[in-house]
Design a protein around this ligand. Structure first.
Ligand SMILES: Nc1ncnc2c1ncn2[C@@H]1O[C@H](COP(=O)(O)OP(=O)(O)OP(=O)(O)O)[C@@H](O)[C@H]1O
Ligand SMILES: [Mg+2]
Length: 510
């Protein structure tokens, strides 16, 4: 087939559910139980915002409807809403969808049907006496002849009565012809004692099965990117998207859609980005991040703002030095940030990073440029104190902080030191990156008058060397790119002889 490279999409993953096989099967089995044994079941689906709870459960809708079962979904929007409001609303909607069939339903529903649906549901779902029992009787009636799947989304925002209803329904679920699926976001439930109590109650009585949805790994990230763009993405782009979104499907889909729309990437022309700071976060990602941050207390928010200037991974000792706080207080705040999934631990002990690059970017953007500069200066001091015994390992990070603090000459000096150090350690790519970093900063800030020495020539030499190594290993195309880059760098550095050598070498490998 003519490569699918030409089929470029700009929308959601229409090809359906990616990954989630086990979870899908588990839910299907619960649905089958309704059919074979008329046995009710409760499933709790949980995971971070955008991880795919709604998408997973909705993907079962066709299966449910093909069996002739009823499907009802509702969403909780506020703990302070009217008692039962999500259920009342969705049952009203359900009733309106089904004018005639009511005649076949049990007597209690027919009676309800005689009056206005809203008024009757008000009676059923009412916080006055015996109300939970009435609500449960209602559900028993409505599921009597035809099995039903009720999906209650976001129960971390459920009013108390809805939670009580879920709790008592679970106690008796065997008697109902009902699959009750509830979803929630743990990060939004940390202060919801009633939800915790409800879950504990149900958990200890083993009244539900749970599905914990986790973000995508690298393989499913690749599938999702192909599904959104219609093109098989290159490895470095898959890595970039996975690293910057931590595999969160919502973040990935929305960011890809926005990059396609704004022509930041164009898969049909094999044009992608390779640097995280080229990513622009779309509104839905911003909203999700800001909602998450807004729920934190003020000291934690301030702390987060401070550490948002630190580059990628940071150690506990660096944070403590930098924020100048008591270590125990720092530990408490870090615990909170780990609980809410804003920070995560890395493979190395006592090292942390932001779970989502978007959180760091948005925190940074929300600060004034003066404050940012001051924080970068503070970061320089903290790094110098904290890592005084092995400062050379941190030259590139110091370069970054100096540049961001507006101290360009110092920034260039440290990028240069870092490049030299990587050269000595024979880490060619990192050395080239640092020299090129210097180059792009010199151009960006127009700081040509500062004597930064031989960065172009060194970057050229190392690119030439790397290119020859790659070609020697049979990676002709990649090697050629390095040699071409070397040629370009020698040209800019005015080193004619080396340019000629590159040209000859390239001719010889044709
Ligand atoms: N398994 C999946 N396969 C393909 N796309 C997915 C999958 N899971 C999620 N997505 C994409 O991510 C988007 C967000 O998913 P969804 O709305 O289900 O998240 P959620 O966990 O319900 O989030 P919230 O907690 O904010 O309600 C979906 O609209 C879809 O585009
Ligand atoms: Mg959802």
């Amino acid at each position: 087939m003519e490569g699918n490279k030409n089929i470029v999409r700009d929308g959601s993953p229409e090809d359906g559910l990616i990954d989630r096989k086990e979870e899908f099967i588990a839910l299907k089995e619960s649905i089958d139980l309704l059919e074979t044994e008329r046995k009710g079941n409760v499933v709790i689906v949980y995971g971070e915002a955008g991880v795919g709870k709604t998408f997973l459960v909705r993907s079962l809708k066709d299966y449910i409807e093909a069996k002739g079962f009823n499907w009802l979904e509702c969403i909780c929007v506020s703990r302070d809403s009217e008692p039962f409001s999500p259920l009342k609303e969705s049952f009203s909607f359900f009733a309106e969808q089904r004018e005639r069939p009511y005649l076949n339903l049990p007597i209690s529903i027919r009676m309800l049907h005689g009056k206005s649906e809203f008024a009757d549901l008000d009676e059923v779902f009412n916080k006055s006496n015996r109300t939970i029992q009435r609500a449960m009787d209602f559900v028993e009636d409505i599921t009597h002849t035809t099995p039903m799947v009720i999906f209650i989304e976001d129960i971390h925002l459920a009013d108390k009565y809805t939670l009580l209803f879920i709790r008592y329904l679970s106690v008796n679920i065997d008697n109902y012809n009902l699959l009750l699926i509830c979803s929630y976001r743990p990060e939004d439930a940390t202060d919801n004692d009633f939800l915790k109590e409800t879950m504990n109650f149900m958990y200890h009585r083993k009244m539900y099965n749970e599905i914990h949805l986790k973000p995508f790994g690298i393989d499913h990230t690749r599938s999702l990117i192909s599904s959104v763009t219609g093109v098989d993405p290159p490895g470095y782009f898959v890595e970039l998207i996975h690293q910057s979104t931590d595999g969160n499907p919502l973040f990935m889909v929305e960011t890809l859609k926005s990059m396609l729309f704004n022509n930041i990437i164009n898969p049909a022309e094999d044009r992608y980005i390779s640097e995280m700071d080229k990513i622009e976060w779309p509104p839905v990602v911003r909203y999700t991040v800001e909602r998450k941050i807004s729920r934190l207390d003020d000291p934690t928010k301030n702390f987060l703002q401070y550490i948002s200037v630190l580059s990628s991974d940071f150690s506990f000792s660096l944070i403590a030095e930098y924020v100048n706080m008591d270590e125990m207080d720092v530990l408490d705040i870090i615990d909170k940030l780990l609980d809410t999934d804003i920070l995560k631990e890395t493979d190395k002990s006592e090292m942390y990073r932001f779970s989502h690059r978007a959180v760091k970017d948005i925190l940074l953007e929300n600060q004034s440029s003066n404050k940012r500069r001051l924080l970068h200066k503070k970061a320089v001091e903290a790094i110098k104190t904290c890592y005084k015994d092995d400062l050379a390992e941190h030259y590139d990070i110091l370069g970054y902080h100096y540049m961001s603090a507006g101290l360009y000459d110092k920034g260039l000096e440290y990028y240069h030191k870092a490049a030299r150090k990587y050269e000595d350690d024979n880490k060619l790519e990192k050395a080239i990156d640092n020299y090129l970093n210097m180059d792009s900063l010199i151009q960006k800030y127009g700081i040509s008058e500062i004597d930064v020495g031989d960065h172009l020539e060194r970057a050229g030499e190392l690119s030439y060397k790397k290119g020859r190594v790659l070609i020697g290993e049979g990676e002709i195309e990649k090697g050629r790119e390095y040699i071409e880059r070397a040629m370009n760098l020698f040209e800019r550095a005015g080193i004619e002889g080396r340019m000629g050598e590159c040209r000859t070498y390239l001719k010889d490998i044709v």
